[in-house]
Ligand binder design. Structure first.
Ligand SMILES: Cc1cc2nc3c(=O)[nH]c(=O)nc-3n(C[C@H](O)[C@H](O)[C@H](O)COP(=O)(O)O)c2cc1C
Length: 405
Protein backbone atom coordinates (compact mmCIF):
# COMPACT_ATOMS: atom_id res chain seq x y z
CA UNK A 1 0.00 0.00 0.00
CA UNK A 2 1.45 3.36 -1.04
CA UNK A 3 1.79 5.84 1.79
CA UNK A 4 3.07 8.45 -0.67
CA UNK A 5 -0.45 8.77 -1.99
CA UNK A 6 -2.18 9.26 1.35
CA UNK A 7 -3.35 12.63 2.65
CA UNK A 8 -1.62 14.49 5.44
CA UNK A 9 -2.99 17.11 7.76
CA UNK A 10 -0.81 19.96 9.00
CA UNK A 11 -1.25 21.24 12.57
CA UNK A 12 -3.19 24.28 11.35
CA UNK A 13 -5.71 21.99 9.64
CA UNK A 14 -4.54 22.29 6.01
CA UNK A 15 -4.97 18.99 4.23
CA UNK A 16 -2.26 17.94 1.79
CA UNK A 17 -3.71 15.45 -0.67
CA UNK A 18 -0.53 13.34 -0.70
CA UNK A 19 3.01 13.18 0.67
CA UNK A 20 4.93 14.61 -2.28
CA UNK A 21 6.19 18.18 -2.27
CA UNK A 22 7.92 20.02 -5.06
CA UNK A 23 10.70 21.80 -3.20
CA UNK A 24 11.77 25.33 -3.95
CA UNK A 25 13.69 25.99 -7.14
CA UNK A 26 14.62 29.51 -8.00
CA UNK A 27 13.10 30.08 -11.43
CA UNK A 28 15.17 33.20 -12.23
CA UNK A 29 12.42 33.99 -14.68
CA UNK A 30 10.56 37.06 -13.42
CA UNK A 31 9.61 40.00 -15.60
CA UNK A 32 12.12 42.85 -15.62
CA UNK A 33 10.11 44.57 -12.88
CA UNK A 34 10.43 41.38 -10.78
CA UNK A 35 6.77 40.49 -11.00
CA UNK A 36 5.96 36.85 -11.79
CA UNK A 37 6.13 36.38 -15.56
CA UNK A 38 3.65 34.44 -17.65
CA UNK A 39 6.34 31.75 -17.96
CA UNK A 40 6.57 31.31 -14.21
CA UNK A 41 2.81 31.12 -13.92
CA UNK A 42 2.65 28.60 -16.77
CA UNK A 43 5.35 26.40 -15.17
CA UNK A 44 3.32 26.27 -11.94
CA UNK A 45 0.13 25.57 -13.86
CA UNK A 46 1.88 22.51 -15.26
CA UNK A 47 3.23 21.45 -11.88
CA UNK A 48 -0.14 21.97 -10.21
CA UNK A 49 -1.64 19.49 -12.67
CA UNK A 50 1.24 17.08 -12.04
CA UNK A 51 -0.27 15.87 -8.79
CA UNK A 52 1.97 17.16 -5.96
CA UNK A 53 0.30 17.79 -2.63
CA UNK A 54 2.46 20.84 -2.00
CA UNK A 55 4.25 23.15 -4.42
CA UNK A 56 6.85 25.42 -2.88
CA UNK A 57 7.87 28.23 -5.20
CA UNK A 58 11.42 29.28 -5.87
CA UNK A 59 12.68 31.89 -3.48
CA UNK A 60 10.63 35.08 -3.57
CA UNK A 61 12.74 38.00 -2.41
CA UNK A 62 11.34 40.31 0.22
CA UNK A 63 13.48 43.32 -0.69
CA UNK A 64 14.24 44.65 -4.16
CA UNK A 65 17.58 45.92 -2.85
CA UNK A 66 18.67 42.36 -2.15
CA UNK A 67 18.51 40.00 -5.12
CA UNK A 68 20.00 36.53 -5.21
CA UNK A 69 19.70 36.32 -8.98
CA UNK A 70 18.84 38.87 -11.66
CA UNK A 71 15.35 37.60 -12.34
CA UNK A 72 14.05 36.71 -8.87
CA UNK A 73 10.43 37.49 -8.15
CA UNK A 74 10.34 40.27 -5.54
CA UNK A 75 7.28 41.03 -3.42
CA UNK A 76 7.58 44.04 -1.16
CA UNK A 77 4.30 45.83 -1.88
CA UNK A 78 1.01 45.32 -3.74
CA UNK A 79 2.19 46.82 -7.02
CA UNK A 80 1.88 43.52 -8.87
CA UNK A 81 -0.92 42.07 -6.78
CA UNK A 82 -2.99 40.99 -9.81
CA UNK A 83 -0.14 38.90 -11.13
CA UNK A 84 0.33 37.28 -7.73
CA UNK A 85 -3.38 36.42 -7.69
CA UNK A 86 -3.02 34.91 -11.16
CA UNK A 87 0.02 32.90 -10.00
CA UNK A 88 -1.80 31.56 -6.94
CA UNK A 89 -4.86 30.70 -9.02
CA UNK A 90 -3.05 27.88 -10.86
CA UNK A 91 -3.93 25.49 -8.01
CA UNK A 92 -7.65 26.05 -8.49
CA UNK A 93 -9.47 22.71 -8.94
CA UNK A 94 -6.30 20.69 -8.23
CA UNK A 95 -6.49 20.51 -4.39
CA UNK A 96 -2.74 21.21 -4.39
CA UNK A 97 -1.30 23.70 -1.93
CA UNK A 98 1.14 26.31 -3.07
CA UNK A 99 3.46 28.22 -0.76
CA UNK A 100 5.93 30.91 -1.73
CA UNK A 101 9.38 30.53 -0.26
CA UNK A 102 10.34 33.87 1.29
CA UNK A 103 14.00 34.79 1.19
CA UNK A 104 16.63 37.43 1.72
CA UNK A 105 19.98 36.41 0.23
CA UNK A 106 22.25 38.32 2.62
CA UNK A 107 25.83 37.88 1.39
CA UNK A 108 24.85 35.27 -1.23
CA UNK A 109 23.86 38.06 -3.58
CA UNK A 110 25.77 38.71 -6.78
CA UNK A 111 27.71 41.96 -6.59
CA UNK A 112 26.82 42.94 -10.16
CA UNK A 113 23.09 43.15 -9.43
CA UNK A 114 23.08 44.68 -5.95
CA UNK A 115 24.40 48.13 -5.00
CA UNK A 116 25.03 47.10 -1.41
CA UNK A 117 25.25 43.58 -0.08
CA UNK A 118 24.41 43.05 3.58
CA UNK A 119 24.83 40.27 6.10
CA UNK A 120 25.10 39.72 9.83
CA UNK A 121 28.86 40.39 9.70
CA UNK A 122 31.52 41.38 7.17
CA UNK A 123 32.46 37.81 6.32
CA UNK A 124 32.89 37.34 2.55
CA UNK A 125 31.87 34.24 0.64
CA UNK A 126 34.68 31.97 -0.46
CA UNK A 127 33.84 29.89 -3.51
CA UNK A 128 36.57 28.30 -5.57
CA UNK A 129 36.84 30.42 -8.69
CA UNK A 130 33.65 32.34 -7.85
CA UNK A 131 34.39 34.63 -4.91
CA UNK A 132 34.88 37.65 -7.18
CA UNK A 133 31.18 37.58 -8.07
CA UNK A 134 30.26 38.46 -4.48
CA UNK A 135 30.97 41.53 -2.36
CA UNK A 136 31.97 41.52 1.28
CA UNK A 137 28.69 42.14 3.09
CA UNK A 138 28.07 45.29 5.08
CA UNK A 139 27.08 44.28 8.64
CA UNK A 140 23.43 45.08 9.26
CA UNK A 141 22.51 47.80 11.74
CA UNK A 142 19.85 46.79 14.24
CA UNK A 143 17.29 49.06 12.55
CA UNK A 144 18.00 47.30 9.25
CA UNK A 145 17.55 43.89 10.88
CA UNK A 146 14.18 45.00 12.22
CA UNK A 147 13.22 46.31 8.78
CA UNK A 148 14.05 42.97 7.14
CA UNK A 149 12.04 41.07 9.76
CA UNK A 150 9.09 43.35 9.09
CA UNK A 151 9.51 42.77 5.35
CA UNK A 152 9.22 39.00 5.76
CA UNK A 153 5.88 39.51 7.54
CA UNK A 154 4.72 42.05 5.00
CA UNK A 155 5.49 39.78 2.03
CA UNK A 156 3.82 36.82 3.74
CA UNK A 157 0.62 38.77 4.25
CA UNK A 158 0.55 39.97 0.64
CA UNK A 159 1.00 36.39 -0.57
CA UNK A 160 -1.73 35.15 1.76
CA UNK A 161 -4.09 37.79 0.46
CA UNK A 162 -3.18 36.84 -3.11
CA UNK A 163 -4.34 33.27 -2.51
CA UNK A 164 -1.20 31.30 -1.63
CA UNK A 165 -2.13 28.67 0.94
CA UNK A 166 0.88 28.98 3.26
CA UNK A 167 4.43 30.33 3.29
CA UNK A 168 7.87 28.92 3.81
CA UNK A 169 10.77 30.86 5.34
CA UNK A 170 14.07 30.08 3.61
CA UNK A 171 16.27 29.38 6.58
CA UNK A 172 18.72 27.10 4.77
CA UNK A 173 21.54 27.04 2.21
CA UNK A 174 23.56 29.97 3.51
CA UNK A 175 21.08 32.78 2.81
CA UNK A 176 20.41 35.49 5.39
CA UNK A 177 18.46 33.48 7.99
CA UNK A 178 21.05 30.73 7.72
CA UNK A 179 23.88 33.32 7.89
CA UNK A 180 22.50 34.53 11.21
CA UNK A 181 22.39 30.94 12.51
CA UNK A 182 25.96 30.10 11.58
CA UNK A 183 28.89 31.18 13.77
CA UNK A 184 31.06 31.30 10.63
CA UNK A 185 29.03 34.12 9.11
CA UNK A 186 27.61 35.67 12.26
CA UNK A 187 30.35 37.03 14.49
CA UNK A 188 28.21 39.76 16.00
CA UNK A 189 28.58 40.59 19.65
CA UNK A 190 25.11 42.12 20.14
CA UNK A 191 21.87 40.25 20.85
CA UNK A 192 21.80 38.91 17.26
CA UNK A 193 25.07 37.00 17.56
CA UNK A 194 27.18 34.90 19.91
CA UNK A 195 25.14 32.23 21.71
CA UNK A 196 22.84 29.98 19.72
CA UNK A 197 19.91 31.68 21.40
CA UNK A 198 21.13 34.99 19.97
CA UNK A 199 21.94 33.59 16.52
CA UNK A 200 18.49 31.98 16.34
CA UNK A 201 16.78 35.24 17.30
CA UNK A 202 16.54 36.41 13.68
CA UNK A 203 14.82 33.22 12.50
CA UNK A 204 12.50 33.33 15.48
CA UNK A 205 11.57 36.98 15.03
CA UNK A 206 10.95 36.42 11.31
CA UNK A 207 8.62 33.57 12.22
CA UNK A 208 6.85 35.64 14.91
CA UNK A 209 6.40 38.62 12.64
CA UNK A 210 4.85 36.47 9.93
CA UNK A 211 2.65 34.67 12.45
CA UNK A 212 1.41 37.92 13.92
CA UNK A 213 0.42 39.14 10.44
CA UNK A 214 -1.08 35.98 8.91
CA UNK A 215 -2.85 34.67 12.02
CA UNK A 216 -2.80 31.41 13.96
CA UNK A 217 -4.51 29.23 11.34
CA UNK A 218 -2.29 29.95 8.37
CA UNK A 219 0.54 27.46 7.80
CA UNK A 220 4.11 28.68 8.12
CA UNK A 221 6.98 26.39 7.33
CA UNK A 222 10.73 26.79 7.38
CA UNK A 223 13.52 25.13 5.44
CA UNK A 224 16.58 24.73 7.60
CA UNK A 225 19.97 23.16 7.37
CA UNK A 226 20.67 19.97 9.23
CA UNK A 227 24.18 21.48 9.27
CA UNK A 228 26.42 23.69 7.12
CA UNK A 229 28.99 20.87 6.85
CA UNK A 230 31.82 23.36 7.29
CA UNK A 231 34.37 23.66 10.04
CA UNK A 232 33.13 26.20 12.56
CA UNK A 233 29.70 26.32 10.94
CA UNK A 234 26.15 25.61 12.11
CA UNK A 235 26.17 22.11 13.60
CA UNK A 236 23.68 19.29 13.76
CA UNK A 237 23.24 19.81 17.50
CA UNK A 238 22.51 23.49 16.96
CA UNK A 239 20.10 22.71 14.18
CA UNK A 240 18.19 20.38 16.53
CA UNK A 241 17.97 23.20 19.09
CA UNK A 242 16.50 25.52 16.45
CA UNK A 243 13.99 22.81 15.52
CA UNK A 244 12.95 22.68 19.19
CA UNK A 245 12.63 26.45 19.47
CA UNK A 246 10.51 26.76 16.32
CA UNK A 247 8.41 23.76 17.27
CA UNK A 248 7.51 25.27 20.60
CA UNK A 249 6.54 28.48 18.79
CA UNK A 250 4.06 26.60 16.59
CA UNK A 251 5.75 26.16 13.20
CA UNK A 252 3.62 23.99 10.90
CA UNK A 253 6.20 22.25 8.71
CA UNK A 254 9.96 21.85 8.94
CA UNK A 255 11.87 21.04 5.76
CA UNK A 256 15.35 19.64 6.23
CA UNK A 257 18.20 20.33 3.86
CA UNK A 258 21.85 21.31 4.33
CA UNK A 259 24.85 23.19 2.98
CA UNK A 260 25.61 26.64 1.58
CA UNK A 261 27.08 28.12 -1.61
CA UNK A 262 30.48 27.32 -0.09
CA UNK A 263 29.58 23.68 0.47
CA UNK A 264 26.69 22.58 -1.70
CA UNK A 265 25.55 19.59 0.38
CA UNK A 266 21.92 20.25 -0.60
CA UNK A 267 22.81 19.16 -4.14
CA UNK A 268 24.63 16.06 -2.95
CA UNK A 269 28.18 17.49 -3.00
CA UNK A 270 30.71 15.15 -1.36
CA UNK A 271 28.34 12.41 -0.31
CA UNK A 272 29.54 9.77 2.14
CA UNK A 273 29.18 6.13 1.12
CA UNK A 274 26.51 5.60 3.80
CA UNK A 275 24.51 8.49 2.33
CA UNK A 276 24.81 7.16 -1.20
CA UNK A 277 23.40 3.86 0.01
CA UNK A 278 20.47 5.54 1.73
CA UNK A 279 19.86 7.89 -1.24
CA UNK A 280 18.32 10.83 0.63
CA UNK A 281 21.14 13.06 1.87
CA UNK A 282 19.82 13.99 5.32
CA UNK A 283 17.98 10.84 6.45
CA UNK A 284 20.26 10.29 9.45
CA UNK A 285 19.48 13.75 10.71
CA UNK A 286 15.75 13.51 10.24
CA UNK A 287 15.58 10.28 12.20
CA UNK A 288 17.06 12.15 15.14
CA UNK A 289 14.93 15.23 14.59
CA UNK A 290 11.83 13.04 14.70
CA UNK A 291 12.55 12.31 18.34
CA UNK A 292 12.72 15.94 19.42
CA UNK A 293 9.74 17.45 17.62
CA UNK A 294 6.13 16.53 17.03
CA UNK A 295 5.89 18.93 14.10
CA UNK A 296 5.58 17.60 10.54
CA UNK A 297 8.87 16.93 8.77
CA UNK A 298 9.63 17.28 5.08
CA UNK A 299 12.92 15.92 3.78
CA UNK A 300 14.51 17.09 0.55
CA UNK A 301 17.66 16.10 -1.24
CA UNK A 302 18.52 13.01 -3.24
CA UNK A 303 15.24 11.05 -3.29
CA UNK A 304 15.12 9.19 -6.62
CA UNK A 305 13.61 5.76 -5.95
CA UNK A 306 9.97 5.28 -5.08
CA UNK A 307 10.64 2.31 -2.79
CA UNK A 308 13.14 4.42 -0.80
CA UNK A 309 10.55 7.18 -0.42
CA UNK A 310 7.91 4.67 0.68
CA UNK A 311 10.28 3.12 3.19
CA UNK A 312 11.18 6.49 4.72
CA UNK A 313 7.48 7.19 5.18
CA UNK A 314 6.70 3.68 6.43
CA UNK A 315 9.56 3.91 8.96
CA UNK A 316 7.88 7.11 10.11
CA UNK A 317 11.07 9.12 9.73
CA UNK A 318 9.27 11.89 7.93
CA UNK A 319 5.82 12.99 6.76
CA UNK A 320 6.48 14.45 3.34
CA UNK A 321 8.99 13.61 0.62
CA UNK A 322 10.46 16.67 -1.06
CA UNK A 323 12.03 16.70 -4.49
CA UNK A 324 13.35 19.48 -6.66
CA UNK A 325 15.46 18.54 -9.72
CA UNK A 326 13.26 15.58 -10.72
CA UNK A 327 10.37 18.02 -11.20
CA UNK A 328 12.10 19.93 -13.99
CA UNK A 329 12.41 16.87 -16.21
CA UNK A 330 9.25 15.14 -15.02
CA UNK A 331 6.67 17.84 -14.29
CA UNK A 332 3.96 15.23 -13.70
CA UNK A 333 6.19 13.25 -11.38
CA UNK A 334 3.65 12.58 -8.59
CA UNK A 335 1.02 11.35 -11.05
CA UNK A 336 3.63 9.23 -12.82
CA UNK A 337 4.53 7.65 -9.47
CA UNK A 338 0.92 7.10 -8.37
CA UNK A 339 0.00 5.61 -11.74
CA UNK A 340 3.07 3.35 -11.48
CA UNK A 341 4.59 4.76 -14.66
CA UNK A 342 7.71 5.59 -12.69
CA UNK A 343 9.57 3.74 -9.97
CA UNK A 344 12.99 5.24 -10.50
CA UNK A 345 13.99 8.74 -11.47
CA UNK A 346 17.05 9.22 -13.64
CA UNK A 347 18.66 12.58 -14.22
CA UNK A 348 21.65 13.27 -16.46
CA UNK A 349 24.98 14.00 -14.83
CA UNK A 350 26.12 17.38 -16.01
CA UNK A 351 29.58 18.51 -16.95
CA UNK A 352 31.26 21.08 -19.18
CA UNK A 353 34.45 19.06 -19.18
CA UNK A 354 36.19 22.10 -17.70
CA UNK A 355 36.96 21.30 -14.08
CA UNK A 356 37.13 24.91 -12.86
CA UNK A 357 33.60 25.62 -14.12
CA UNK A 358 32.14 22.33 -12.94
CA UNK A 359 33.56 22.84 -9.46
CA UNK A 360 31.75 26.14 -9.00
CA UNK A 361 28.56 24.08 -8.83
CA UNK A 362 26.34 26.58 -10.64
CA UNK A 363 25.96 24.51 -13.80
CA UNK A 364 23.45 22.18 -12.20
CA UNK A 365 21.34 25.11 -10.99
CA UNK A 366 21.44 26.88 -14.33
CA UNK A 367 20.61 23.73 -16.26
CA UNK A 368 17.51 23.08 -14.19
CA UNK A 369 16.49 26.73 -14.35
CA UNK A 370 16.57 26.43 -18.14
CA UNK A 371 14.33 23.39 -17.96
CA UNK A 372 11.88 25.43 -15.87
CA UNK A 373 12.01 28.11 -18.55
CA UNK A 374 11.06 25.50 -21.14
CA UNK A 375 8.11 24.44 -18.99
CA UNK A 376 7.11 28.08 -18.77
CA UNK A 377 7.19 28.36 -22.56
CA UNK A 378 4.97 25.34 -22.88
CA UNK A 379 7.82 23.19 -24.24
CA UNK A 380 8.76 19.69 -23.21
CA UNK A 381 11.86 19.28 -21.01
CA UNK A 382 15.11 18.70 -22.90
CA UNK A 383 17.22 16.12 -21.08
CA UNK A 384 19.97 16.50 -23.69
CA UNK A 385 20.42 20.24 -23.25
CA UNK A 386 24.13 21.11 -23.51
CA UNK A 387 26.07 22.72 -20.69
CA UNK A 388 27.54 25.56 -22.76
CA UNK A 389 24.17 26.74 -24.01
CA UNK A 390 23.12 27.04 -20.38
CA UNK A 391 26.17 29.03 -19.35
CA UNK A 392 25.86 31.41 -22.31
CA UNK A 393 22.24 32.22 -21.48
CA UNK A 394 23.06 32.94 -17.87
CA UNK A 395 25.89 35.27 -18.72
CA UNK A 396 23.51 37.13 -21.05
CA UNK A 397 20.79 37.53 -18.39
CA UNK A 398 23.25 38.63 -15.70
CA UNK A 399 24.93 41.16 -18.00
CA UNK A 400 21.63 42.58 -19.21
CA UNK A 401 20.56 43.14 -15.60
CA UNK A 402 23.94 44.60 -14.59
CA UNK A 403 23.75 47.18 -17.37
CA UNK A 404 20.13 47.99 -16.64
CA UNK A 405 18.44 45.83 -19.28
C1 LIG B 1 17.53 25.21 -10.17
C2 LIG B 1 17.49 25.04 -8.68
C3 LIG B 1 17.11 26.11 -7.91
C4 LIG B 1 17.00 25.97 -6.53
N1 LIG B 1 16.51 27.03 -5.82
C5 LIG B 1 16.24 26.86 -4.51
C6 LIG B 1 15.56 27.86 -3.79
O1 LIG B 1 15.17 28.92 -4.32
N2 LIG B 1 15.32 27.63 -2.48
C7 LIG B 1 15.68 26.46 -1.87
O2 LIG B 1 15.42 26.29 -0.69
N3 LIG B 1 16.32 25.49 -2.53
C8 LIG B 1 16.58 25.65 -3.82
N4 LIG B 1 17.16 24.63 -4.51
C9 LIG B 1 17.50 23.38 -3.81
C10 LIG B 1 16.34 22.39 -3.88
O3 LIG B 1 15.17 22.85 -3.23
C11 LIG B 1 16.73 21.07 -3.21
O4 LIG B 1 17.00 21.31 -1.84
C12 LIG B 1 17.91 20.38 -3.86
O5 LIG B 1 17.85 20.49 -5.27
C13 LIG B 1 18.00 18.92 -3.48
O6 LIG B 1 16.83 18.25 -3.83
P1 LIG B 1 16.77 17.27 -5.12
O7 LIG B 1 17.89 16.28 -4.93
O8 LIG B 1 15.42 16.64 -5.06
O9 LIG B 1 17.00 18.13 -6.30
C14 LIG B 1 17.32 24.75 -5.91
C15 LIG B 1 17.74 23.67 -6.69
C16 LIG B 1 17.82 23.80 -8.05
C17 LIG B 1 18.22 22.63 -8.88
Amino acid sequence: MSKLNTPFQLPNGSLLKNRIAKSAMSENLSNKDHSPSKEIIQAYRTWAKGGAGLLITGNVMIDSKALGEPRNVVVEDRKHFDKLVEWASVIKDTRAHMWPQLNHPGRQAMGSINKVVVGPSAVPLKIKGGSMMFKTPKPLEESEILDIIERFGNTALIMKDAGFTGVQIHGAHGYLVSQFLSPRTNIRTDKWGGSLENRARFALEVYRNIRQKVGADYPIGIKINSADFQRGGFTEEESMEVVKILSSEGIDLIEISGGTYEKASMMGASKKQSTIEREAYFLDYIEKARKITDKPLLLTGGFRTVSVMEKALADNNLDIVGMARPFTLYPDLPNAIFEKRMTNITLPSLTTGIKAIDKMGFLELMWHEMQIKRLGEGKAPDPKMGAFKVIARNIRVTLSKAIGG
